[in-house]
Design a protein around this ligand. Structure first.
Ligand code: PFF
Length: 494
């Protein structure tokens, strides 16, 4: 090795030093460790899920919600049972899952909130892809406005079933109890704001200590409660009829409308199309296999929906109630069904607790979208961002809470505020957001980047899955999403 002498110029000295293997290694180690420290510092500043399992459970917590306990059963009931479940599963694979994968992948790559992610990943500053993120934040507000109200009713029902107020086998009586609740402005606001306060308290504690820690407790609790209610429902005499309804497909019931409803549900279920999965993806550890884990989440979510169906339909049929009762299935039919069975009161309390548990994981993921945005883009502290977001949602949400009482006559486009928020978010913002996401990933971001993101920079062997994904995201999902959206806007002839 050349020696350093007084005659060497500074450039020569540097070259000699760099050729020395020990010095070279030291420099490399120092650089790596400072990069590592930087990464850790950013992670600590913006928060992230501490473990792969935590990321998986928190994301499952977002997917599982009133969609499983409320929407899935009433839509399955109204659209003919098993055949609808098959169509719904296919829709999830072709639409919900591809968008979910796209969002998690983008968030993890950019490590930023929904709007910041689109700004970072956009191939050119001139292309306004950040609008997808902004639409997502808007959708989060609208969904929370009505979702927190339904969650409020669920909370109220825990107490009402504890006190025996809704314990009647007559749907007329349970229906009257429901009307009394929703038409009382103070009760409606009280329960909604209570729900929002709980959600805010969880979120103030941060990504790992708040979201991850809470969902890790809630998800197992949800499974245990569901299994208990399932056992009660399945051991009733006459439960077989409900099982047949859930598991024997009758494809004559499948109309174009049922298919489109299944597509819309697949989307809402996986919390896709509105920045939630981008935000959660930005907290996922780098070493997680995105395709594998999202498929796990999708099937676990489907499993929870089936368990909810098993809790509801065998009992509904055993006592001769109407399976196709629509949205009121949860609040009018279910109490009457439970009141008809031995130990019904306890089962009813457990059932509404489990619905509240499911709703909580979904709501914290919804509210996290604007919080992450305020926190990063406006440098507000997490606590301030959480309180500000909650107050704004409470204000917007009150208009939904009062839509059956003080604001019953206030209508826009022929809908009250509750229905309007549901309509605009589910029928316009979510499918449009999803459509733009798959167009961005399929056609603008670049196949090379998709491949790198889904194979963790080449360390995973996901080739076949990546090839299939590229085709689905480019051609199949966009077409299906366009159809869902046009149909949601009543622009299709069926
Ligand atoms: N996936 C939730 C459910 O099925 O109840 C609802 C939801 C949560 C939709 C979060 C959208 C979202 F961003």
């Amino acid at each position: 090795m050349p020696r350093i002498s007084r005659d060497n110029s500074p450039t020569e000295i540097r070259e000699i030093l760099f050729k020395n293997p020990i010095i070279e290694r030291n420099i490399k180690v120092q650089m790596e460790s400072s990069m590592e420290t930087n990464k850790l510092k950013t992670a600590a500043l913006r928060g992230s899920f501490a473990t792969g399992l935590g990321a998986l459970v928190a994301t499952l917590g977002s997917a599982v919600g009133l969609g499983n306990i409320w929407k899935f059963p009433y839509l399955t009931g109204a659209n003919g049972g098993a055949a609808f479940i098959i169509i719904y599963t296919l829709s999830t694979l072709l639409v919900g899952l591809p968008v979910m994968i796209a969002e998690i992948m983008m968030g993890r790559k950019a490590r930023a909130n929904a709007i910041g992610t689109m700004q970072k990943l956009s191939p050119s500053k001139k292309q306004p892809w950040w609008i997808i993120g902004a639409m997502g934040a808007l959708a989060a507000f609208m969904i929370m406005a009505f979702y927190s109200e339904v969650a409020g009713w669920v909370l109220a029902y825990i107490f009402k079933s504890l006190s025996g107020q809704i314990l009647s086998t007559s749907p007329e009586v349970t229906s009257q109890a429901f009307v009394n609740l929703v038409s009382d402005p103070w009760q409606s606001l009280f329960w909604q704001w209570l729900v929002l306060a709980v959600v805010c308290l969880i979120l103030v504690q941060g990504v790992s200590k708040g979201i991850e820690a809470t969902t890790k407790r809630l998800i197992p609790l949800l499974f245990i409660l569901l299994v208990i209610v399932d056992i009660r429902s399945l051991t009733l005499p006459g439960a077989g009829e409900g099982l047949r309804f859930l598991f024997t497909p009758d494809f004559s019931k499948i109309t174009a409308v049922a298919v489109l409803t299944a597509l819309g549900l697949a989307f809402f279920k996986l919390s896709a199309g509105m920045g939630t999965m981008v935000t959660y993806g930005s907290y996922w550890p780098d070493d997680q296999n995105i395709p594998l884990n999202t498929v796990r989440i999708m099937f676990s979510d489907l499993f929870v929906s089936i368990l909810a169906g098993l809790a509801i339909f065998p009992a509904v049929f055993a006592f001769g109630f109407e399976a196709a009762a629509g949205p009121s299935l949860l609040f009018i039919t279910i109490p009457a069904v439970f009141a008809s069975m031995p130990f019904g009161n306890i089962v009813m309390v457990l059932f509404f607790i489990l619905a509240a548990v499911a709703a909580t994981g979904a709501m914290i993921s919804l509210v996290e979208v604007p919080i992450a945005f305020l926190n990063e883009q406006f440098k507000l502290s997490r606590a301030k961002s959480a309180v500000l977001t909650t107050i704004l949602i409470a204000l917007v949400g009150s208009t939904a809470a009062l839509s059956n009482s003080s604001l019953a006559d206030f209508q826009l486009f022929g809908m009250n505020m509750f229905d309007l928020y549901d309509f605009v978010s589910s029928n316009i913002l979510l499918p449009l957001g999803g459509l733009l996401v798959v167009i961005f990933v399929g056609w603008f971001w670049g196949d090379r980047k998709v491949k790198a993101a889904l194979s963790n920079e080449g360390t995973l062997k996901n080739q076949a899955i990546i090839a299939a994904y590229t085709v689905i995201v480019k051609f199949i999902s966009p077409v299906l999403l366009l159809v869902v959206m046009l149909r949601g806007l009543n622009l299709l002839p069926f």
